[in-house]
Design a protein around this ligand. Sequence first.
Ligand code: T5A
Length: 210
Amino acid sequence: MPGLFIAVEGPEGAGKTSLARALAARLVAGGRQVVSVREPGGTPVAEAARKVALKFPHKMAPAAELFLFLAARADLVEKVIRPALAAGQVVLADRFDLSTMAYQVAGGGLPAAAVAEANRLATTGLVPDITLVLDVPVDVGRQRQRAARKVQDRFERQDDAFHRRVLEAYRRAQGPGVVHLDGTQSKQAVLDAAWREVLAAAPLSTRGVS
Ligand code: T5A
């Protein structure tokens, strides 16, 4: 079977991790081998970059922040994602390149074209076959995080205006394989909608290579 690269995206508390876990379980039940990753993270280099990107207590230059995420992504793509796709496995990523365009470009104000080019260098042109974008209003996502008692990272501490820019960027996202899903539905309804998209995308898989 060909490899399939699925990314789950969306703003804070949209339900990405919940959906990724449920999708992985369905895929495994259907006989597929699944490699689940979350960004940033997944290799020793990427986990080290994650710690600095999310936990560093002081302000950092926007470009320094960008390159931490891209360093993490470059290592993950080379060491984990490409080998898994080449072996015919399904890769399920909790965040990928759309997060960079939403947070560092729309949220942080870095120039889109330069960031997209730097991202291409990091991914060596790898793009997801399907990107499931969960849509929830900012206050719903933040309320869910509060209810889950999540410890806030550098991004979650940003003001509402930042998070609204992130959400709007996700809402504008389009392109091959990008699918928007209503994340305010029940978890089961979100899973069912995502599953329909995955079934439709699987036969068209290009193994994520653009
Ligand atoms: N980042 C990341 C960048 O700035 N640039 C980048 O390039 C990349 C890759 C990562 C941070 O890094 C930034 C963005 C992020 O700020 P993280 O700690 O990995 O942060 O966390 P997030 O990805 O932000 O994940 P969250 O934990 O905020 O939210 P999720 O994963 O979207 O949501 P989930 O599934 O954990 O659910 C949150 C709560 O809501 C409930 C869950 O049970 C849970 O309690 N829930 C629902 N409740 C009702 N209905 C539903 N449909 C629900 N789905 C989930």
